[in-house]
Every structure is written in structure tokens, then in C-alpha cells.
Design a protein around this ligand. Structure first.
Ligand SMILES: [Zn+2]
Length: 223
């Protein structure tokens, strides 16, 4: 369902940027596909790590093109100040997906990284009520118990694939002080897990007004 490359990138797991909810296309699906395509392009160029640093693609430099340096700006959603602003933040997220693809020590964190990033960027990854619910409950389940999160996510996915009438709630005005930047800057897998847990926790805390909603959705999914 339009997840070909994304599924490949995910190595058989959850597709990057996907909550597993098939909604028959639309802008959000297009955005997710764009993420997968962008990753594919970068894989093809073997231009891999440290997309957030100030290195330029070597193939373009070799052709002598003059490349404008993007100014640092704040991501419109999470507030991260990064080269390229919102687009730069998106590129950092894509670089995380690449590392998960290349290095199995990071692959186990794929789903929760997507859920946390989605909850910091709900304008892109939580537009529909069902997408929003999938990511919010994914974050909730992982915070509650990492070991059982996968089975909770499967139950939620089945639930959301059915009628499951839900409405998208009002969102908080900010999504926590930590950003995806901390993950990009962490190479050690153990330390990565620690940084990720902190990022997930601060993001979850920012959604305090929706904790009861998340738990209610999970309970409905498991009924
Ligand atoms: Zn951002």
C-alpha cells in the first residue's frame, strides 16, 4: 500500500513514518512516502551520516556547483534550531532512519523513535485522528512497559483498522524541550537508549493533558 521502499528500509519491521494505519492515500501518506523516497536517494548516494552537520554532498561539490548555505532556523513544530529549520529537522529524522537500517543495534528502537518524532510533529505525522492515536498510544505503551509495547501496538493497529470512531483531541502547545538532535549526536547504542528514553519521557510529559485519552484508547483496543 505505497510502503514498498519504507518497508525495505525498516528491514521487515514497521515502516518509517508509518503507524501501520492504512488510510487509502492522502497528504499524510504522501508525506510518509516522501520520507521513504528521500531515504532511498540518500542510500543510493551512500551519503549517510551526519546529515545535520555542515557537510555538503560530495557529488555536487565535485561538479563545482555553488551551494547556498541554509541558515539556522527553528523547526516550526519542535523548535529545534538547525540548519534548514523545519526541513533540516526532517533530514535529521531521516538520518536516524538510515542508521537504524544500517546498524541493527539501533533498529530495535525504530518504532518508538517514529512515535516520539510524530508526537513532536503532529502536523505531519498525526493529521488524522487515527494516525495521531496510533502514535500517541505507541508512545504511551512504550513509556508504560517497553516489553509489552509491541503487543499493545498490534492490538491498537487492529482496532484502528476497524470502525473505531475516535476524534482527534486538542493538542498541547509545546512538545517538550528535547529534540531528535540528541539522538543524532549519540553514536553509542547504550547511551542512545538512554537519550531516547529521556526524549520519549519529556515528550510524553508534554502530552499530560492526553494521558487519560491514550490509556482509554489502549483499553478500548484491548477489549
Ligand atoms: Zn522538528
Amino acid at each position: 500500500m505505497g510502503l514498498g521502499l519504507a518497508a525495505t528500509v525498516a528491514g521487515g519491521g514497521l515502516a518509517l513514518g508509518s503507524d501501520g494505519v492504512v488510510e487509502g492515500g492522502g497528504a499524510e501518506q504522501a508525506t510518509m512516502n516522501a520520507v521513504a523516497i528521500a531515504i532511498g536517494r540518500r542510500m543510493a548516494r551512500c551519503y549517510v551520516r551526519r546529515i545535520g552537520t555542515h557537510r555538503k554532498p560530495p557529488d555536487r561539490e565535485a561538479r563545482g556547483h555553488t551551494i547556498g548555505v541554509e541558515a539556522d532556523a527553528a523547526c516550526s513544530s519542535c523548535g529545534l534550531v538547525v540548519e534548514g529549520g523545519t526541513q533540516g529537522c526532517q533530514r535529521l529524522f531521516e538520518s536516524i532512519g538510515l542508521r537504524e537500517y544500517e546498524d541493527m543495534r539501533f533498529a530495535r528502537y525504530h518504532r518508538i523513535v517514529v512515535d516520539v518524532y510524530a508526537m513532536q510533529h503532529p502536523d505531519r505525522y498525526g493529521r488524522s485522528a487515527k494516525s495521531f492515536a496510533a502514535h500517541l498510544t505507541g508512545l504511551c505503551a512504550w513509556i508504560d512497559d517497553e516489553a509489552s509495547a509491541q503487543s499493545v501496538n498490534a492490538a491498537v493497529q487492529r482496532w484502528l483498522s476497524g470502525p473505531s470512531p475516535i476524534e482527534k483531541p486538542a493538542l498541547p502547545t509545546s512538545f517538550g524541550a528535547d529534540t531528535v538532535r540528541a539522538l543524532v549526536d549519540t553514536d553509542d547504542p547504550v547511551r542512545y537508549g538512554q537519550v531516547l528514553r529521556r526524549w520519549a519521557r519529556t515528550t510524553w510529559d508534554a502530552y499530560a493533558s492526553l494521558h487519560s485519552t491514550a490509556h482509554a484508547w489502549i483499553a478500548a483496543a484491548q477489549r
